[in-house]
Design a protein around this ligand. Structure first.
Ligand code: ADP
Length: 255
């Protein structure tokens, strides 16, 4: 299998008024084409820092990130970023919001617009194209945010606690929606979450980080015996509980 993302000895130290804060240490990781990798770890262990480094927005203090063999030295079109807040603009229609990334990249072409329209249709949002974000539910808004990211055709999607703002039920439904879209569009995804269940239900591989400075503590290949895996159905098989208990222990949440 070809690796799409490679992290080599990533280290990160922040400078603050109270001195140096070591956030990450010696992170080595390969992510393969079409893989969904999830990163979990205690709060403040450097998960978001790691995603910012992969996105090219934050240069690491040491080590390097390679995307398809090329060293990342800044933000790249190959990478799409999805955050906790959907950051939709209230004064723009859904279609105008979806085109935002293309506008920033000065890449609004007829073909790109057709692709945007097609994505909205495929994922049940075309009838909302001319509505405004305030007229949509939280789950639908998150789907729009993903489509806005997909329209620029990134190869890799980074999801940083992308579902944390949603209530529990909506979150489960959105997990399924987003998972289906990512798999159907054949994207490679790296997701950061503090939610162990979410991470097991969605990922092919879960990486557990230690407390700050974050290091890789363990990796779990998630294998579930079922025909068509979805995040919701994954939560119902016996393997799910086994993974949950293992990862829960490793996270040492009581300390
Ligand atoms: P996580 O996403 O796992 O909660 P973060 O990556 O947000 O962790 O942060 C890791 C550590 O680095 C935390 O202790 C945080 O306080 C610190 N940190 C994050 N950003 C900065 C910054 N810009 N300056 C100084 N310290 C920071």
């Amino acid at each position: 299998m070809r690796n799409v993302v490679e992290l080599r000895n990533i280290g990160m130290k922040y400078q603050s008024l109270n001195g140096e804060i070591p956030a990450l240490e010696n992170i080595n990781l390969e992510v393969y084409e079409g893989e969904f990798v999830s990163i979990v770890g205690p709060s403040g262990c450097g998960k978001s820092t790691l995603l910012s480094i992969v996105s090219g927005l934050l240069p690491p203090t040491s080590g390097s990130v390679l995307v398809k063999g090329e060293k990342v030295i800044g933000p790249s079109k190959k990478i799409g970023y999805m955050l906790q807040k959907d950051h939709l603009f209230d004064w723009r229609t859904i279609f105008q919001n979806v085109l935002l990334g293309l506008e920033i990249q000065r890449a609004v072409t007829r073909k790109a617009k057709e692709y945007a329209q097609r994505l909205l249709e495929t994922y049940g949002l075309s009838e909302f194209s001319h509505k405004y974000p305030s007229q949509l539910s939280g789950g639908m808004r998150q789907r729009v945010a993903l489509i806005r990211t997909l329209v620029t055709n990134p190869q890799i999607l980074l999801l940083d606690e992308a579902f944390s703002a949603l209530d529990y039920q909506t979150r489960l439904a959105v997990n399924d929606d987003i998972y289906e879209i990512i798999k159907k569009e054949n994207k490679t995804a790296i997701m950061v979450t503090h939610d162990i269940a979410e991470s097991i239900s969605m990922a092919d591989r879960v990486i557990v980080l230690t407390r700050r400075p974050g290091k890789v503590k363990s990796c779990h290949n998630i294998k579930m015996k079922m025909d068509k895996r979805t995040p919701l159905s994954s939560r119902k098989v016996p393997e799910f509980q086994t993974y949950f208990e293992q990862i829960w222990k490793e996270l040492d949440v009581h300390v």
